[in-house]
Ligand binder design. Structure first.
Ligand code: NAD
Length: 463
């Protein structure tokens, strides 16, 4: 039977639009259905706009610290409306770029809400109202901010990242629920611009999925910057008192609940896969804990239907979604390629930055793997001193038996950019010895990774 399209993709985020390009590059007739804006969460209300805002906060902070570099800057100030306008311009420009890529690759973009109506069919409601058929389908409908059942969460001035990204002023006081990536990036941003910020995290450390030493260093730094970081603090209720929000939370081990008052409450307690109204259940697509379940080949088990990105859970990261897009398209075009998750880098863009890849020391211990670890601080490095960025360290985890690098964790200047080299090593099973023999340019911050590996091997040079 002939289908109108070879591949149809539901959702135009970094999973869906990358899948569309990859499919089109293989000569497949491709349709991409998107109900909002191309680029999805990442480009429109996630990675990109937050990075633009954080860059403004960093510029403001640097200008204030200019005298440390012998530079006199008078009257340092910021214009919040201009910061937001710059963010909007960057998003618009990149969105235009994705639209251009769709045209260039001859992808048919259907603007509207897609519903899976059969094993090879989808309905589109909205601007491009129509039904289509496709030989293969990739579900990439992403995720939405989680709204856990905390009493008062629906009240005024209780927002998620979707809303605070469009706020029109710096709230004088801000309470952030959740110390994951979203909570900490906004906490850093608003604190840098003068807001009084409290972060409430239910688990014992910030960034609960990361190495404990890294999380402790980050918490110390954020506290030093003026952010009140409360770990072991489970939020119970959000109410109103004296014209402000009043957040009631239970500190771990304490008898009495406590309260923090704020003008705005940001709920950053995770994201939920988006399946609402997509017709997945009716077509037998398996769903568990809100997420579509797939096998190692990203196949849903139904006809030629694959699923990728935030929709299938795991690490909710744009680059994970894009990597899955490539795997799904390979499998649709006849390959049998499994998706591997052992070397997906994470990145947090507050100051100091945090990045990691692979196993932490604790995760390796949980798996019963004996490891050697080494760490090295940025402080003694010439480049770190020259640029006035002395916070943080790099930690390396390698397997004791054969020296294979299992993970790298880093906190400090530009670590989100530098984690790529460590990712290459972990992805391809380089040994610490091989990494150590790789010549790193001097003077650079990348030397910190080199020194940490030398430390894991027992012979750091500059320590
Ligand atoms: P998250 O799951 O990373 O963190 C949410 C935090 O909220 C957890 O630490 C959790 O313990 C805490 N929490 C939950 N309920 C609570 C309660 N009642 N009281 C106090 N604390 C509570 O989620 P997120 O930060 O919202 O981010 C969502 C997803 O988006 C994540 O997967 C994240 O990795 C991804 N993301 C990544 C980046 C980045 O890579 N820079 C940026 C933003 C988002």
């Amino acid at each position: 039977m002939g289908y109108e399209f070879d591949v149809a993709i539901l959702g135009g985020g970094p999973g869906g639009y990358v899948a569309a390009i990859k499919a089109a590059q293989r000569g497949l007739k491709t349709a991409l259905i998107e109900k909002g804006s191309l680029g999805g969460t990442c480009l429109n209300v996630g990675c990109i706009p937050t990075k633009a805002l954080l860059a403004s906060a960093a510029a403001y902070t640097s200008a204030k610290a200019a005298r440390d570099f012998g530079v006199t800057v008078e009257g340092v100030a910021f214009d919040f409306a201009k910061i937001m306008a710059r963010k909007a311009r960057i998003v618009k420009q990149l969105r235009g770029g994705v639209e251009y890529l769709m045209k260039k690759n001859a992808v048919t973009v259907l603007a509207g809400a897609g519903t899976l109506t059969g094993a090879h069919s989808l309905g589109v409601a909205g601007e491009a109202e129509r039904d289509i058929t496709a030989g293969a389908i990739i579900l990439a409908s992403g995720s939405v901010p989680a709204r856990p059942p905390i009493p008062g969460i629906a009240g005024a001035n209780v927002v998620t990242s979707d809303e605070i990204l469009f706020w029109d002023a710096v709230p004088p006081t801000l309470a952030v629920i959740g110390a994951g990536a979203i909570g900490l990036e906004f906490a850093y941003f608003f604190n840098a611009l003068g807001s009084t910020v409290t972060v409430l995290e239910a688990l014992p450390q910030v960034l609960p999925a990361e190495d404990a030493q890294l999380a402790a260093e980050l918490a110390t730094s954020l506290t030093r910057q003026g952010i009140a970081v409360q770990t072991g603090a489970t939020v119970l209720e959000i109410g109103d008192a004296d014209g402000k929000k009043s957040v009631r939370f239970q500190p771990a081990g304490a008898e009495e609940a406590q309260r923090v008052s704020a003008d705005v409450v940001l709920v950053a307690t995770g994201r939920w896969p988006y399946t609402h109204g997509c017709g997945y259940e009716a077509q037998g697509i398996p769903i568990a804990h809100r997420a579509v379940t797939v096998d190692a080949y990203l196949h849903t088990g139904v006809a030629q239907i694959y699923a990728i990105g935030d929709l299938i859970g795991g690490m909710l990261l744009a680059h994970k979604a894009s990597a899955e897009a490539a795997v799904a398209v390979d499998n649709i075009t006849g390959a049998r390629r499994a998706m591997h998750y052992h070397a997906i880098p994470t990145a947090l863009y507050c100051c100091p930055e945090v990045a990691s890849v692979g196993l932490s020391e604790a995760a390796a211990a949980e798996q019963g793997i004996e490891v050697a670890t080494g760490s090295f601080p940025f402080r003694p490095l010439g480049k770190a001193l020259a640029i006035g960025e002395r916070e943080g360290f790099v930690k390396v985890v390698s397997r004791k038996t054969d020296g294979v690098m299992l993970g790298v964790q880093a906190i400090g200047p530009h670590v989100t950019d530098m984690i790529a080299a460590a990712t290459m090593a972990v992805q391809h099973g380089l040994t610490a010895e091989q990494y150590a023999r790789t010549i790193h340019p001097h003077p650079t911050l990348s030397e910190c990774f080199h020194e940490a590996i030398e430390a894991a091997l027992g012979h750091p040079v500059h320590m």
